[in-house]
Ligand binder design. Structure first.
Ligand code: ADP
Ligand code: MG
Length: 444
């Protein structure tokens, strides 16, 4: 497919400089398609998969049209605070070379007085979640009468999360002469209705069919009893050279339980769920983003906004209760063209649910066996053998990767597997595959 360079997009020098500094050279397909249409002033409905660069697709044209001498002109509505923060950060990087631009993030959970103070600086851009935006509208601290560009980011997620009325409320307060852009990873009758009601003669852009846009996610599932989930989890973590792993569970208490068991077993893991204070969530997200914590355990709601392109592994510790969440969960990996892998644990009859998810979602989820599971090796012995092996590997192959229990890449093969595996019957040694990340699995 023809690639479009940012150089060809007729952007200001300031913008070109910022984009180059961010390391972008080619525009992604959604950027190449949406930026010129938005600069032209047309409404759009743009569909592109997660991780395809939608933020810059609306942030670039928004910044290019902003008049620094005027008030609030661009309003971006996001489903979650994490997403609102990420969108704000991307805006900041992009308008770095423009003078006098201010952006404010407005989301629930954060002390409103902080936002009120920031709003007195007369931002030209506000990024926020629906509830808090409405709050500010009622207080009169956000005035929408000069807004000429509204973005509904991740519109499908906003509808899924029940924000329809809030979103419509916000739109009804923005002048009719505005330009409106809707971005969504999926299209649904609900989205179409919202579009028909609020967009004017929109250009429909759909880049989801592009081959290079298809997320590269190897999907596996593993049948096991509930009691073996934790062992299975640590085995997967041990076997992969994980940069960042996201583990999904279904309840807040399960987040806490899995984190505490991981910590107890020597892994650096953190949890994130809606019951946590905002500042704690932010701290956890930052340590995950900067790589100091590689394992994050989350519920669906907390995991929704997580947008980090380096997540290489998603583990569905619990099968999602809602089929659609499967897509959202695995979509956190395989982003920005990188390879991702997902593992789903299924217990008993959940297999039927997984088969339904696979069929309806058009996925190919392969069954796999986790080496050594169910054999109940003497735990302490296996753990010592493990530590010894790590030491040997560190001495002979490369420097140690950090604290014990951090992930270590194994040049795994049937012959040099861990001590526990050696006790496996020989049939287990046949048909093992080592993937490009060094992870070893067996299809059965
Ligand atoms: P989406 O909103 O579609 O899920 P994002 O806008 O969050 O995707 O982008 C995903 C990642 O890709 C981000 O880290 C972003 O900085 C990066 N990115 C965006 N555009 C480009 C580009 N043209 N080239 C390289 N990386 C890009
Ligand atoms: Mg996005």
């Amino acid at each position: 497919m023809q690639k479009t360079k940012f150089e060809e997009l007729n952007l200001s020098q300031h913008m070109k400089k910022a984009v180059a500094e961010m390391g972008f050279s080619d525009a992604t397909p959604i950027q190449a398609a949406a930026i010129p249409v938005l600069i032209e002033g047309r409404d759009i409905i743009a569909q592109a998969r997660t991780g395809s660069g939608k933020t810059a697709a609306f942030a670039i044209p928004a910044i290019e049209r902003i008049d620094a001498r005027r008030g609030l002109q661009t309003l971006v509505v996001c489903p979650t605070r994490e997403l609102a923060i990420q969108v704000t950060e991307e805006f900041r990087r992009l308008f770095k070379y423009y003078d006098g631009l201010t952006i404010v993030t407005a989301y629930g959970g954060q002390d409103i007085s902080l936002q009120l103070r920031a709003l007195t600086q007369h931002p030209q851009i506000v990024v926020g979640t629906p509830g808090r935006l409405i709050d500010h509208m009622w207080r009169g601290t956000i005035r929408l009468d000069e807004v000429n560009f509204v973005v509904l980011d991740e519109a499908d997620e906003m509808l899924n999360m029940g924000f329809r009325d809030d979103v419509e409320d916000i739109l009804s307060y923005v002048p009719q002469t505005r330009q409106t852009a809707m971005f969504s990873a999926t299209m649904s009758p609900d989205i179409m209705r919202l579009m028909k009601k609020h967009l004017k003669n929109p250009v429909h852009i759909d880049t989801t069919d592009h081959k290079n846009e298809v997320p590269k996610i190897d999907q596996f599932y593993c049948e096991l009893p509930e009691t073996q989930k934790f062992d299975a989890l640590t085995r997967i973590i041990d076997q992969r050279d994980i940069k960042a792993a996201l583990i999904f569970v279904n309840t807040k208490s399960m987040v806490d339980r899995v984190v505490s068991r991981l910590s107890g077993a020597g892994y650096r893991a953190r949890g994130i769920h809606g019951g946590h204070e905002q500042c704690r969530r932010e701290m956890v997200m930052n340590s995950f983003r900067d790589g100091s914590v590689k394992i994050l355990v989350a519920t669906d709601v907390a995991g929704r906004g997580i947008d980090i392109s380096d997540i290489d592994t998603v583990i569905n510790y619990d099968l999602p209760r809602d089929d659609e969440d499967y897509t959202h969960r695995i979509g956190r990996t395989g982003r920005a063209g990188k390879l991702g892998t997902s593992f789903t644990f299924v217990v008993g009859k959940e297999l039927y649910d997984l088969k339904r998810i696979e069929k309806n979602g058009g996925f190919n989820i392969q069954r796999m066996d986790i080496p050594g599971l169910g054999q109940k090796p003497a735990k302490t012995e296996a753990k010592h053998a493990e530590t010894d092996r790590n030491k040997t590997a560190a001495r002979t192959t490369r420097p140690s990767k950090g604290p014990a229990g951090e992930t270590s890449r194994r040049q795994a093969s049937p012959k040099n597997g861990r001590a526990g595996e050696k006790r496996q019957p020989p049939s287990h040694d046949e048909g093992w595959i080592t993937d490009s990340t060094g992870f070893r699995y067996k299809l059965i």
